[in-house]
Design a protein around this ligand. Structure first.
Ligand code: TXA
Ligand code: MG
Length: 547
């Protein structure tokens, strides 16, 4: 084997300018290795068709030679030279998901060296969407083999600084394209069988692929890891991965339950914590310094963006173990959850106590009560936040006392003067926020108590302000129902006996579809006939309750 002493070369940090891209292209064309930004993670690139260049990638990463590399292209025409055969499904997938975070495994052509494919007769090919990655492929004039730009076994780098940490002195250049927008590696899909099979989950989910292709499946090793002696369908699956130096323990369940489980465990010195934004101040108040936030508990896109950089950051701390809150598992975040489970060696603490808690939300008149009723018919305990709120307003209890404390005079002899309170908060934003903090907190506390006391295995929280109130943190799954405005208006007018302008005013004061799409784990559309909606609700329940 040719010996290439890579250590201690000078590593240039290049800007993503025309000059930087030109320099990267020239180095790559000359058989050198350059770290490049992509939308998923940074890649360690070299000419995929040049065995010597590819060898340099394996050496810089310390990667086992039996783990194949992904080849990156910038134009669809490049596919034909790399693949021995291209099944029609590949073009269909490319149409939907390329350029983007998707790698397709196909039979390789003779042009692909065995070193690139690690001796397999298949090869993974991806067309990234990152404009700098595409410009560099064009400038190099050859397809680029590029694994993630980390030292083998470490979490993938999602910014140039993290690449430098692993690769300084080992490669001639890094192109700094800023932080990666996706944050976990591409979905790897085997296209050599009758239907697409996911070998590594990522931003292109099984649901998206199934919708585009009429069918898709995920290799079972993705969920449980490999058992002893089992052969990995994607060779990379068998390696310890994504792991910081300190061992990771993953806590799965509703955020409030994983929070209390970690609280009970965290006193040992050297404990690092990976938590949701909502809990950051609470952990910090416990004098824990090694605590980092993944983002708000509903923000799956942000979790993906932050995960690897945070896991890597623990390596620079005194953390001797890491306790992590696992995001709600919902399909759209299969990539993040898979990387966390891998980091934790597929061992997690189950905080669900055998209970599924589904938070159902959406604008007025969207049809979410139909969903709650259908779940109730399946034995679910349904708790309705509006009814609880109305009841707490009538009761001479803690909520009225808190309202009276903040707005003296609006409660007289245990009875709330609603017009007086409305007058106070009508034009005073701070007063309105204070009132919301009190009422949301009290409804949340009531629900927590009701959940803790009930033994129900399936509970539904019907909550219009699910995310605004923080009640989403009690849930193991959140679901938003979205409907078109006209049918919602008709439903509200009929149900509440109000005029069209009144119904319009109410709807327009509520968040738009984008708000729910960004936050809910799952969205059900109610845009056709009632029959159609009932069918989709029932088929979803069938699938979900069985799962
Ligand atoms: O997002 C990504 O895919 C990033 C960026 C840089 O594009 N690249 C990346 O490459 O994650 P790497 O080498 O770190 O991971 C490639 C994974 C490995 O698990 C490997 O085993 C699998 O894809 N793989 C590659 N070729 C394969 C093949 N022919 N059959 C099955 N699995 C394959
Ligand atoms: Mg990798």
């Amino acid at each position: 084997m040719t010996s290439i002493t890579a250590a201690n070369m000078k590593t240039e940090l290049l800007r993503p300018s025309a000059a930087g891209i030109g320099r990267a292209g020239a180095l790559l064309a000359a058989g050198q290795v350059v770290a490049i930004p992509t939308e998923t993670v940074y890649g360690l690139a070299a000419n995929a068709l040049d065995e010597q260049a590819v060898l340099r990638i394996f050496q810089a990463k310390g990667r086992p030679q039996d783990n194949p590399l992904i080849i990156h292209i910038s134009r669809l025409e490049q596919l034909d030279a790399l693949a021995a055969e291209v099944p029609p499904g590949v073009y269909q997938m490319a149409e939907h998901f390329w350029p983007g975070p998707l790698t397709m495994v196909v039979k390789k052509s003779a042009a692909v060296p065995g070193r690139t494919s690690a001796g397999l007769d298949t090869v993974g090919i991806r067309m990234p969407s990152h404009p700098v990655a595409r410009a560099i492929i064009d400038a190099a004039g050859v397809p680029l083999a590029a694994p993630s730009a980390n030292t083998s076994g470490k979490p993938s780098p999602t910014n140039a600084r993290d690449v430098l940490d692993d690769m300084a002195g080992k490669i001639p250049a890094i192109v700094d394209g800023g932080p990666c927008s996706v944050g976990v590696e591409s979905t790897v899909v085997d296209m050599t069988g009758p239907y697409p099979q996911i070998l590594r989950p990522g931003a292109i989910t099984e649901e998206l692929i199934a919708a585009a292709m009429g069918g898709a499946a995920t290799d079972s090793a993705v969920y449980r890891g490999l058992s002893d002696g089992e052969k990995a369908r994607a060779p990379g699956m068998k390696y310890r991965h994504y792991a910081p130096k300190a061992p990771v323990t993953l806590f799965e369940g509703a955020p409030r339950d994983t929070f209390s489980a970690i609280l009970a465990e965290m006193d040992r010195p050297g404990t690092g914590i990976l938590c949701f934004e909502e809990y950051l101040p609470l952990f910090k108040a416990r004098r824990s310094r090694l605590v980092y936030s993944l983002g708000m508990s509903w923000d799956h896109a942000e979790h993906a963006r932050r995960l690897f950089a945070l896991l890597r950051r623990f390596d620079h701390t005194q953390a001797r173990r890491i306790l992590a809150q696992c995001p709600r598992v919902c399909g759209a975040n299969a990539g993040t959850v898979n990387r966390l489970r891998k980091a934790a060696g597929f061992q997690s603490v189950d905080c669900r106590k055998g209970r599924t808690v589904i938070g159902v939300t959406g604008r007025s008149g969207c049809g979410k009560s139909l969903l709650s009723q259908r779940l109730e018919a399946r034995g679910a305990l349904v708790l309705d936040a509006d009814r609880i709120y109305a009841r707490l307003l009538r009761e001479d209890g803690p909520m009225l006392r808190m309202i009276d404390g903040r707005f003296p005079g609006v409660v007289r002899e245990g009875v709330l003067d609603r017009p007086a309170l409305a007058a106070v908060v009508f034009s005073d934003e701070q007063a309105r926020q204070d009132l919301n903090r009190i009422t949301h907190g009290q409804v949340k506390a009531f629900l927590e108590d009701a959940l803790d006391r009930s033994g129900a295995a399936l509970a539904v929280l019907d909550v219009p302000l699910l995310f605004e109130s923080g009640i989403d943190r009690l849930c193991t799954l959140t679901l938003a129902v979205l409907a078109d405005e006209e049918s919602s208006l008709l439903r509200i007018m009929k149900r509440d006996g109000i005029s069209r302008p009144q119904a319009e005013a109410r709807l327009h004061s509520q968040p738009d579809d984008a708000f729910y799409r960004a936050r809910a784990d799952l969205v059900l559309e109610n845009r056709g006939s009632l029959d159609l909606f009932q069918q989709s609700v029932d088929s979803w329940i069938e699938k979900y309750i069985q799962a």
